[in-house]
Design a binder for this molecule. Sequence first.
Ligand code: FPP
Ligand code: MG
Length: 325
Amino acid sequence: MNFLEEDIITPQIKEGLSLVESLITKIFSSASESIQKASLSIFQAGGKRLRPILLLASGTIREYDLEKLVPAAISIELLHMASLIHDDILDGAELRRGVPTINFALGKKIAIATGDFLFAQAFELLTVLDNSEVIQVMAEAAHALSLGELQQMETSRWVEQTEMGYLRRIRNKTASLFAAACKIGALLSGASLKEIKILTTYGDSLGIAFQIFDDILDIIGDEKVLGKPPGIDLRDGTVTLPIIYALEESKFDPRISEVVKGERVSDRDIERAIRVIEETHAIENAKSEARKHIKVALAALESLENKEVQKNLISIGNFITERYH
Ligand code: FPP
Ligand code: MG
């Protein structure tokens, strides 16, 4: 899906997004040949560009200054890409967005170096803004991302997990960057403290909902839409919300728990675990938990005076919910 071809975002935001896309391609073209090949392959494979869109949309709250917003939006997308490249190395993933991952196609070394390059570029770009608060927000988000990834690794293959632990992890791993996108957009457009707070809450709750939906899709999604086979979290022992719910409801059915523990991981075992999960209310319950967070996100926007921003952010929130129905 490409936001530039859809009616969800306004022409003003589309203009910013086109600049972001062409400048990112330009940055990659100036890199060494192997990094260029690696980063362009993953960038051109798609991606929803949700974080730059959130940053730009939040940046319309007061002065929509593309000279400031575009470098920040590029920076957040580069940081996101760096984290995905490193995530794929850690997971040994072979496919992302339907194309071979960098680690799979070009090897771990190129993948690590490409991730490092994008991470460094992301922060270098931010310095042009000469705004220490923006750098601080981004640095804290990068810190949270790595913490979330570590928490996920430390808890992998644990059958007994709490919903609270899961939420803490995804707040770090995913919601922190959504919240940072909204906060940075607000800061750069000169928003008031109250507006900054509202937009940050919106980003945080939207990010939580997004990750829950993503974790649901990993179980029930179609391979063509996912761009990778379903059941990867089960295979990796990543205990997501639908898995937590299914384990609880099925009283730790061995057909799920043995897969999570890594005792049975053949394709048939994974398919069977998915079927058992689908027989419980786990997917339905996880969807309703995600919708609760979308509601919190949209409710936060209610007191915004700028109705145009409110409308744009509501349609992005609704888009995320509808996409995963
Ligand atoms: C994808 O989630 C991964 C993340 C959202 C965060 C990854 C973070 C790191 C590897 C550490 C931080 C790195 C940097 C450069 C700051 P997922 O595995 O649920 O989604 P997927 O299905 O798309 O892989
Ligand atoms: Mg992953």
